[in-house]
Design a protein around this ligand. Structure first.
Ligand code: OGA
Ligand code: NI
Length: 368
C-alpha cells in the first residue's frame, strides 16, 4: 500500500489514472485514507470545477418528501388512502418515506450495526472480500465506477448481489454481519412485494400486476459506509444519479446527507427513526410510461460520520432475454407510448459501462 502516491496530488504532477490505481491497490477504501490521518481530500475525490460552480445555482429548500404511514394497510378505507398517497408521491417526487412498514426497529438497527461493524473491522479481513468480479455475490470495495466517473465518491460499500441466484446462503456472508443481514433481507423482500402491490394499485392495475411482471424478482443490496470527511464541500458521498432498477428501499442511519433533486432544488431526506426511504427507479418510470418518476438524488459528504446506509434494489431477471416496455393498460389515445421496449440484459450491460455521474446515461435513451 502506498499512501504517499495519494498525497502527491500537486497539479503539475497529477496523473489521475496512477492515483486511482494506487487507491484501488490499498484495498482499504476511503476508510483506509481517513484512518491514515489525511487532513485533505485527495484529488481523485475532488469534484470537477464546473460541478462545484454549478452548486451555487441550487437553492436550499425546507420541503420534505412525503411520509406515508403504512399501518392499516389491510383495512379497506385506510388502504385507499395509502394508495392515493403512494400515487401522489410517486408522480410528484419519485421518493417517499414509509413508517409502520412491519420491519421491527431492532432489525433495522441490527442491520445498520452489522454493516458498521463490517466496515470498521480489521482491514485485512475486509480485503478478502475485495473484488471487481461481476459474478461474485459478496464484495467489498470503494467506488464501483472508479475508472469511469469524473470524481470518486467518499464512500465504501459492501455489495450483496442476488442477481444470479435468488437466495444467499448464510455462510456466503461476512460473519460479522451475517445474522443481521439475513434477517433484514428476508423482511425487506416481503416489504418490497407489498410496495409493488401498492404501486400497481396506484397505477390503476390489479395488485399483483408489477410482481407478476417480475419487477421484484432480482435483488441486490449495497451497504454503504460514508466516513467523516475533512473537506466535505469538495467532494460527494454519492454523485447525483437515478437508480436503474424498478424500486429501491433505503435504510439510513440517523445522520443526514441524502438529497433528492426536486424542481431544481436539493431537498434533504432527513432520517426518521424507524423509517425507510422508498424511491422509484428508471425501469418503473419506463413501464409506468412516465406516470411515476425516477428522481435524481445524491449524498453530500459530511464532517461528521460515519453515515451508514443500505440500499436494497429490486430489478427484473437481468440474465434472461426479457424485454420491458410501457404497460399496455396505461396506453391510450390521450396517453401515447413514451418509451420503446428495452432488453433488460442489454440495458444493465450499458449501465455497468458508465459512471454513476454520467448525465447521458439513463432512461431518456429509450424515449420516443
Ligand atoms: C444508492 C443511493 C443513497 C444513500 O445506493 O443508489 O442512492 O443514502 N444511496 O446511500
Ligand atoms: Ni441511488
Amino acid at each position: 500500500m502506498d499512501m504517499s502516491t495519494l498525497k502527491e496530488s500537486l497539479p503539475e504532477d497529477y496523473d489521475r489514472l496512477k492515483a486511482l490505481k494506487a487507491f484501488e491497490e490499498t484495498k482499504a477504501g476511503v476508510k483506509g485514507i481517513v484512518d491514515s490521518g489525511i487532513q485533505k481530500v485527495p484529488r481523485i475525490f475532488i469534484r470537477p470545477p464546473d460541478e462545484l460552480v454549478q452548486e451555487l445555482n441550487y437553492q436550499q429548500s425546507n420541503l420534505q418528501v412525503p411520509v406515508i404511514d403504512l399501518s392499516g394497510i389491510g383495512a379497506d378505507d385506510q388502504r385507499k388512502k395509502i394508495i392515493s398517497e403512494v400515487k401522489n408521491a410517486s408522480k410528484e417526487w419519485g421518493f417517499f418515506q414509509v413508517t409502520n412498514h412491519g420491519i421491527p426497529l431492532n432489525v433495522l438497527d441490527g442491520m445498520l450495526d452489522g454493516i458498521r461493524k463490517f466496515h470498521e473491522q480489521d482491514a485485512e479481513v475486509k480485503k478478502e472480500f475485495n473484488s471487481r468480479d461481476r459474478m461474485q455475490k459478496v464484495k467489498f470495495g470503494s467506488n464501483v465506477d472508479l475508472y469511469r466517473s469524473r470524481a470518486a465518491n467518499w464512500r465504501d460499500s459492501l455489495t450483496i448481489s442476488l442477481m444470479t441466484s435468488d437466495r444467499i446462503e448464510p455462510d456466503e456472508l461476512p460473519e460479522i454481519c451475517r445474522d443481521s443481514t439475513m434477517e433484514y433481507s428476508n423482511r425487506v423482500k416481503i416489504l418490497g412485494k407489498t410496495l409493488f402491490e401498492l404501486l400497481s394499485e396506484a397505477l390503476g392495475l390489479s395488485p399483483d400486476h408489477l410482481n407478476n411482471m417480475e419487477c421484484s424478482k432480482v435483488h441486490q443490496f449495497s451497504c454503504h459506509y460514508y466516513p467523516a470527511c475533512p473537506e466535505p464541500q469538495l467532494t460527494l458521498g454519492t454523485s447525483k444519479h437515478s437508480d436503474p432498477g424498478f424500486l429501491t428501499v433505503l435504510l439510513q442511519s440517523q445522520i443526514s446527507g441524502l438529497q433528492v433533486l426536486y424542481q431544481d432544488n436539493w431537498v434533504n431526506i432527513e432520517p426518521i427513526p424507524g423509517g425507510l426511504v422508498v424511491n422509484i427507479g428508471d425501469l418503473l418510470q419506463l413501464v409506468s410510461n412516465g406516470r411515476f418518476i425516477s428522481s435524481k438524488h445524491r449524498v453530500i459528504a459530511n464532517s461528521i460520520g460515519p453515515r451508514i446506509s443500505v440500499a436494497y434494489f429490486f430489478s427484473g431477471p437481468i440474465g434472461e432475454a426479457k424485454t420491458y416496455g410501457p404497460i399496455k393498460e396505461l396506453i391510450s389515445e390521450e396517453n401515447p407510448t413514451k418509451y420503446r421496449d428495452l432488453l433488460l440484459s442489454e440495458y444493465m450491460g450499458r449501465f455497468m459501462k458508465t459512471g454513476l455521474d454520467d448525465e447521458n446515461w439513463g432512461i431518456n435513451y429509450y424515449k420516443l
